[in-house]
Design a protein around this ligand. Structure first.
Ligand SMILES: [Zn+2]
Ligand SMILES: [Zn+2]
Length: 394
């Protein structure tokens, strides 16, 4: 193990400058979900040059590389996402996005380059590698989701993958650190749309109308009741109404209101319970006031649940690679979503956070127009991923 650690340290240091350059290139040319044509092409070319078997167009714009070690053993997968966000960059760095309205504001440029660097280092360590490594470059994590189409395309088969690992750049931790949680670490980020259909009328004659706006107010309060009064308090539920639209003019009673929002849950059973409870409340309130409704609940990614043994493995490898301070255990999950969750529904694995914040310029949250990383994080990411691949025994 010590010898491998040293080799990885040396080889990742050698590839660091190249990986930083790759990251900056991806950063300048962001592509949104399922548009990752150029990014995917670059990824495929890079892997092919390393002698790695490449498959393109997996789950639309995804790319998969397979590196066979010189010794038999398990197959592990390492996953990066490639897509950017519809955000206009405001960092002012010289390698800022060249496309207005598109930006790598979630660090997926970093994830992609870390995985390419990891592939390069592992391809140089084939003789040490027991089994194979699958490199999964996934599209559209930010939506509508690229993990599911890749799974449907059979990304975890031929050969069958025994375990999967992924990371996300994270400004809550310093470069040289990773954050790791056990159990559910990210939420299911579901969506909903509610339409309340009343009857329009003159603002001075409410008795002749059915006011969809006052009914919407009751529905909003009623829905919050689910989180505060109906679900067991030890299980978190977030109910957020993000938009409310309706009405025409100050003196007209609105015939229709539409609201959209998001529901965040960590527990799959609680998650199943929510849509029915929501509909009961919406139905009860609207029918009580003589209005009608439409309700649509859109299930997005499942909660992201790390497998116990796999999280222990990441913790163990993390401490050996980065020292005991290098692994920060996360007590609180975040209620954001991540479609890596789909892989963990199928096979064992774990997802960890990669510290990227070393000062004011790298302290902005994910998705912020000024989000940026301390690029020292890239080499840390490569070191952890390489060691996860080289030491996995199945
Ligand atoms: Zn994101
Ligand atoms: Zn992300």
């Amino acid at each position: 193990m010590k010898e491998i650690l040293k080799k990885v340290e040396q080889l990742t240091a050698e590839v660091e400058a190249e990986v930083i350059a790759l990251r900056r290139e991806f950063h300048q040319h962001p592509e949104l979900g399922f548009e990752e044509e150029n990014t995917g092409r670059k990824v495929a070319e890079y892997l092919e040059n390393l002698g790695i078997t490449v498959e393109t167009g997996v789950g639309r714009t995804g790319v998969v590389g397979l590196l066979a070690g010189e010794n038999p053993g398990p197959v592990i997968a390492l996953r990066a996402d490639m897509d950017a966000l519809p955000v206009t960059e405001k960092t002012g760095v010289e390698y800022a996005s060249q496309i207005p309205g598109k930006m790598h504001a979630c660090g997926h440029d970093g994830h992609t380059s870390i995985l390419l660097g990891t592939a390069k280092v592992l391809s140089q360590l084939r003789s040490e590698l027991k089994g194979s490594v699958k490199f999964i470059f996934q599209p559209a994590e930010e939506g509508p989701g690229g993990a599911l189409p890749m799974l449907e395309a059979g990304v975890l088969e031929n050969p069958h993958v025994d375990a999967i690992f992924g990371l996300h750049l994270w400004p809550d931790f310093k470069p040289g650190q990773i954050g790791l949680g056990y159990g559910a670490v990210m939420a299911a980020p579901d969506k909903f749309v509610v339409k309340i259909k009343g009857k329009g009328g003159h603002g001075s004659a409410p008795h002749e109308a059915i006011d969809s706006i006052t009914i919407a107010a009751q529905v909003i309060n009623g829905l919050q009741h689910i989180a505060s009064r109906q679900i067991i308090p030890t299980q978190p539920v977030v109910i957020t109404i993000g938009t409310i639209t309706g009405g025409y003019r100050y003196n007209i009673i609105a015939d229709e209101v539409e609201m959209t929002g998001t529901i965040r849950t960590l527990n799959p059973e609680v998650r199943t319970e929510i849509p029915q409870r929501m509909e009961e409340i919406i139905k009860g309130i609207t029918s009580g006031f003589g209005a009608e409704y439409e309700f649509e609940y859109i299930k997005m990614y499942p909660p992201l649940v790390n497998h116990q043994e796999m999280a222990e493995y990441v913790e163990n490898i993390g401490r050996q690679v980065l020292g005991s301070e290098g692994v920060q255990l996360i007590k609180d999950p975040v209620m954001g979503g991540e479609d890596f969750a789909y892989y963990l529904e199928q096979i064992p694995g774990a997802f960890f956070r990669l510290g990227s914040n070393s000062g004011p310029e790298t302290s902005y949250p994910l998705h912020h127009p000024q989000f940026n990383i301390d690029e020292k994080a890239l080499v840390t990411g490569m070191r952890v991923l390489c060691n996860l691949a080289l030491n996995y025994k199945g």
